[in-house]
Design a protein around this ligand. Structure first.
Ligand code: SF4
Length: 373
């Protein structure tokens, strides 16, 4: 089974910390949707007939799509691919888009899961991040989504920002709990190069991110999660009752996925490929039949490293069966290295190896010990 990722590269405004690919020029949205539909056709053999168990609309801001845009995309997917009945179909949405009219329209599509970009329930955080929504809209959007029967909900929250005190972070988590949302993605604020946030820090307009506070708020999150019956199943992802996000979990477990749209990445077990991250170049190339992506064939060592990086971020960790499927040189190296591992939080199972949730944020250090070269 495999997944399809569809990148919707438009946003109403640029968030100060964001380095994803998007454009605020929405005039070519419909033309781009037509190109997504064309790319689905062009690449219909990429997954070699594998059934589709997840579809994920990411961005950018997929909630800017109209019902008609979504319908043509689903029509094409259903014509070309076999989507299983139990497929998870997620749309990333911003709170300012999720009014009752939009939710009614989304209910007319196969979308059965919403991932809402809340980030914070405090206006001062949202202003620092230059988000397009206000705190009250975040709460209303979640309640509206629940009223319309969207039970599979995720929200994104960001901790460690300059404006987020420990009390505010705990209040954000309490608000998340009070709204009975089954899934949380929580990230520390990362300052990426060439973002407005990075410029403001460099020019002294705002202070740098405080790494100690970041860590403290991560620990507050761990405590909150444990006290409230949530499970951390990946470095940044938490849920109740095994409500794991199928799409993201399949990335971490190394399954194949087809990425459609500007900047989208694809993976098929032996190579990675990524589309041009420019809307105009993408549209022109799709229309004229020119090349619009780059491909990297993965060496065995690269595949081994990819597996370590993704598997060790999850609660399932490394599966010895997967290691044994690599060449003897790689598996011998792995088994030799794990005997010498001396990190807190390492759990040796009969059939694998993982890192406990209190130390998951250090899993990169363990990965480095297990890498080759
Ligand atoms: S809405 Fe999402 S993709 Fe768009 S600028 Fe903000 S963080 Fe980036």
């Amino acid at each position: 089974m495999a997944g399809i990722y569809i990148h919707i590269p438009f946003c109403k405004q640029a968030c100060s910390y964001c380095n994803f690919h998007f454009s605020t020029q929405l005039s070519r949205k419909r033309e781009l949707v037509d190109c997504l539909v064309a790319e689905l056709e062009k690449r219909k053999n990429y997954l070699i007939g594998e059934k589709i168990e997840s579809i994920y609309f990411g961005g950018g801001t997929p909630s800017l799509l109209e019902e008609d845009d979504l319908k043509v995309i689903f029509q094409q997917i259903n014509q070309l691919y076999t989507v299983v009945d139990s497929a998870e179909i997620t749309l990333e949405a911003n709170p300012d888009d999720l009014n009752r009219e939009k939710l009614k329209a989304l209910k007319n599509t196969p979308i059965n899961r919403l991932s809402i970009g809340v980030q914070s329930f405090f206006d001062e955080d949202l202003q620092l991040m230059n988000r397009a929504h206000a705190a009250h809209e975040a709460v209303n959007s979640i309640k509206n989504a629940q009223d319309f029967g969207f039970e599979q909900l995720n929200i994104d929250l960001i901790f460690g920002s300059q404006t987020t005190s420990d009390e505010m972070w705990l209040a954000n988590l309490e608000q998340f709990k009070a709204l009975s949302i089954p899934h949380l993605s929580a990230y520390s604020l990362t300052v990426e190069e060439k973002t407005a946030l990075s410029h403001k820090i460099k020019s002294g307009k705002i202070e740098a991110v405080d790494e100690e506070k970041n860590y403290r708020q991560y620990i507050l999150l761990q405590e909150f999660i444990q006290q409230n019956g949530f499970e951390q199943y990946e470095l940044s992802n938490y849920c109740k009752s095994e409500n794991y996000a199928k799409h993201n979990t399949s990335y971490w477990l190394g399954k194949s996925y087809l990425g459609i749209g500007p900047s989208a990445h694809s993976y098929n077990g032996s190579s990675r490929q990524w589309n041009v991250n420019n809307n105009i170049k993408y549209i022109q190339a799709i229309k004229s039949g020119e090349n619009y992506f780059e491909v990297e064939e993965l060496s065995e060592i690269e595949r081994y490293h990819d597996y370590l990086i993704t598997a060790l971020r999850t609660k399932w960790g490394i599966d010895f069966k997967e290691i044994d499927a690599f060449s003897e040189k790689i598996s011998t190296h792995f088994y030799k290295q794990i005997k010498q591992l001396n990190y807190p939080g390492i759990i040796h199972h009969k059939l694998g190896l993982s890192v406990d949730s209190a130390h998951l944020f250090q899993s990169d250090e363990v990965v480095r010990e297990l890498m080759i070269g």
